[in-house]
Design a protein around this ligand. Structure first.
Ligand SMILES: [Zn+2]
Length: 266
């Protein structure tokens, strides 16, 4: 059983969610030229340092009832939502790993996927809070995705030999996710989607490497975005979080979907 691995992945995801949320605040404060946050975590309302036992992802939030121990002001629901989503994201990706069947190359791809997911998590949090995708992190995500795409193609070639099929499949995925958002951005002159969304799309397309999965991701992201944002009547939508959530769902259920498509469509 690999249940211990899944528990570990969920816990790691929740810890990382807490860490990324905190790093997003740090970067925001830095970019806004506000005074730096110290090394230790503090309450954003009263500035009091958090004790280690108030800093445990999910558990502490629930124990404190979502309020700071010192000033009793609300910490905000977003913190526990981020920790839960990151936990679930890691759990979902972890469930696709066949521990007994991992080559050295597969572990390297796993490592870069974790790095990619971390940068995506950061981008989603930052975009949801301030409707902006920090460029440095975006570039880091693209670099991770390029490495993942190359390693996946390499591993495929080493198993079944070279053919153009997988390469066109990869290029299609990049086009579907990158070009769609680039066109939306250009058509609306940045009114509907931001200038970072299409770069994020390119990264996701590279990491997926499959045109069908890219189409499903596109549909899912817009569907989730519509359901969440429709009641809010905002003109400009921060698409980042929806793209990232859709990406995590698609990679979790990729085998299932490809099996389904292989059976029904082809
Ligand atoms: Zn406080």
């Amino acid at each position: 059983m690999k249940i211990w691995f899944l528990v570990l992945m969920f816990a790691m995801g929740a810890v990382m969610g807490s860490f990324l949320s905190c790093q997003a605040w740090r970067l925001r404060y830095k970019e806004q030229g506000k005074k730096k946050l110290g090394k230790r975590s503090v309450c954003l309302k009263c500035g009091k340092q958090l004790k280690w036992y108030d800093n445990i992802p999910i558990v502490s939030w629930l124990m404190l009832g979502g309020k700071c121990r010192a000033c009793k002001k609300p910490i905000g629901a977003s913190e526990i939502v981020i920790e839960l989503l990151c936990g679930l994201g890691f759990l979902g990706y972890g469930s696709t790993i066949e521990l007994s069947n991992m080559s050295a190359l597969a572990w390297v791809i796993f490592g870069f996927m974790v790095l990619l997911i971390l940068s995506l998590g950061f981008l989603a949090i930052y975009d949801a809070r301030w409707r902006e995708l920090p460029q440095a992190v975006l570039i880091f995500a693209v670099i991770c995705a390029i490495i993942i795409a190359i390693l996946k193609q390499w591993s495929l070639i080493s198993i079944v030999g070279f053919s153009w099929g997988p390469i066109f499949n990869l290029m299609g995925a990049v086009a579907i996710l990158g070009v769609t958002y680039l066109v939306l951005y250009l058509l609306s002159k940045g009114q509907w989607v931001g200038d970072g969304d299409w770069i994020l799309g390119v990264a996701l397309g590279l990491a997926l490497g499959d045109s069908w999965l890219a189409l499903i991701l596109l549909f899912l992201a817009n569907f989730i975005g519509l359901v969440v944002m429709l009641p809010k009547k905002q003109k400009k939508i921060a698409f980042g979080p929806f793209l990232v959530v859709a990406f995590m769902i698609v990679i979790t259920f990729a085998d299932l979907t490809i099996g389904f498509l292989a059976g029904k469509v082809w």
